[in-house]
Design a protein around this ligand. Structure first.
Ligand code: BGC
Length: 432
């Protein structure tokens, strides 16, 4: 981390698109026909630390207010999910009223001049689809295709950017490898279906983790760093560029239908992860001296590492890039201000060095459900779940608004929101 008060003013290219991102299951609430909902109830019984999503941020009922918030905060784009489990709660049974709900939400965004990034699958799927083996099973393609042929033509007038499947690219074990191998095929099929109804750009959001050998001068760590990068990242970029799908432990395939099925790189990027060749799962804790704890818990996104923004953007110069997620989880909002100033600085450097980055969506608009807990706070806006889900924008939301208005960062803006560097409170207990 650099000293935020010494960062020089920087700007973004004209027309750069600014906004925020969400996922349906994490904000809408009561996604009762999804696999996630079902699994949450099961896990809760076993583990009391576990929280269920419940009413989440009640965005399903409060989307009008949230769109007003987006306007107040100056956002020009919004990433949201259209939830398959609501639209097809039972196999083959399509709920017209749910499709209409999304049409109303998307139409309102459009009326307000907000560009939409629509995610079709963001970790949650209908329970019935999961029972059939979801993306692990290529025989399920027929259900996915039928769903897309139902929903895509309905919402396509309101969608500016398509995101087919969120973050299927991570993981080394057998199940994950099958999942990602198949997901590329699902993605490619999805791409061609969407193209029948829409001329808007299509991609799938890619979780880009900067792998970092724990011992940078050790050949085993260096090779494993590269291995993880290939298996989690390069396989996807390569498949999109060439149509060739290469993953360990299986015969590679070449399919012309896969080639060029990403019109832009949709990149979700947070931090780095250490690679330790001496560990079975290849992962390691960060070095103590780089640990920046921002939460009263060990959380996997607990380090500021803006360098990853620069390194990873400059490897993707062949297509336009949109950052479809990047954000900071912290209780002390000052950290979020520092985070934004530093990550956006690294992003502006990458653009100067040739990366064609066209937009940035902060993760997330609201303090949302983080898949098993409400403890991490990523939001620009606080949500009081005890009191009618009252929304209160944090200072960082106004800092970000000023950056948007100025299309860049300046020390003058920073001085309005940050008086001194925040300190990590190391006395806070660590939740295991
Ligand atoms: C996911 C989000 C998640 C965020 C923070 C991303 O990998 O797409 O759903 O909330 O990271 O953990």
């Amino acid at each position: 981390m650099t000293d935020v008060f010494s960062i020089k003013d920087y700007n973004f290219p004209e027309g750069f698109l600014w906004g925020s991102a969400t996922a349906a299951h994490q904000v809408e609430g009561n996604n009762i026909h999804s696999d996630r909902w079902y699994n949450e109830q099961k896990k809760l019984k076993k583990n009391s630390v576990y929280e269920v999503s419940g009413a989440a941020c009640n965005h399903y009922n409060m989307y009008e207010e949230d769109i007003r918030l987006l306007k107040t905060l100056g956002h020009q784009a919004f990433r949201l999910g259209v939830e398959w489990a609501r639209i097809e709660p039972e196999e083959g049974l399509f709920a017209e009223s749910e499709a209409e709900h999304y049409i109303r939400e998307l139409a309102l965004l459009k009326e307000n001049g907000i560009k939409t990034f629509v995610t079709l699958v963001h970790f949650s799927v209908p329970k019935w689809f999961s029972d059939k083996g979801d993306f692990q099973n290529l025989d399920n393609l027929k259900y996915f295709k039928r769903y897309l042929n139902y929903i895509v033509p309905k919402i396509s007038p309101y969608v500016d950017f398509w995101n087919i499947i969120n973050e299927f690219n991570l993981g080394l074990n057998e199940a994950r490898l099958t999942h990602k191998f198949n997901s590329v095929i699902y993605h490619a099929k999805g791409y061609h279906i969407i193209k029948q109804y829409s001329d808007k750009p299509v991609s799938s959001a890619h979780a880009l983790v900067q792998y970092y050998g724990k011992r940078q001068n050790d050949v085993f760590d260096r090779v494993m760093q590269q291995y993880k990068d290939i298996v989690d990242h390069e396989f996807f970029f390569h498949a999109m560029r060439t149509g060739e799908l290469v993953l360990p432990g299986r015969d590679g395939i070449f399919d012309r239908e896969i080639k060029d099925t990403a019109d832009f790189w949709s990149i979700n990027l947070y931090t780095r992860e250490m690679v330790d060749s001496r560990k079975t799962d290849l992962s390691s804790k960060r070095y103590p001296f780089t640990e920046t704890r921002m939460l009263p818990m060990n959380f996997y996104l607990d380090e500021f590492y803006p360098e990853c923004m620069y390194h990873n953007m400059t490897r993707l110069k062949d297509k336009p890039i949109y950052i479809t997620e990047n954000g900071c989880s912290c209780n002390d909002d000052d950290f979020r201000i520092v985070y934004l100033a530093e990550y956006l600085c690294a992003l502006s450097e990458a653009i100067k060095d040739g990366a064609d980055v066209r937009g940035y969506l902060y993760w997330s608009l609201l303090d949302n459900y983080e898949w098993w807990t409400y403890i991490p706070k990523f939001g620009l806006v606080d949500v009081d779940r005890e009191h009618d889900f009252k929304r209160t924008p944090k200072p960082s939301a106004f800092f970000y608004r000023d950056i948007i208005q100025n299309n860049g960062f300046s020390q003058e803006i920073l001085s309005k929101y940050l008086k001194h560097m925040p300190r990590v409170d190391t006395s806070l207990p660590i939740l295991k």
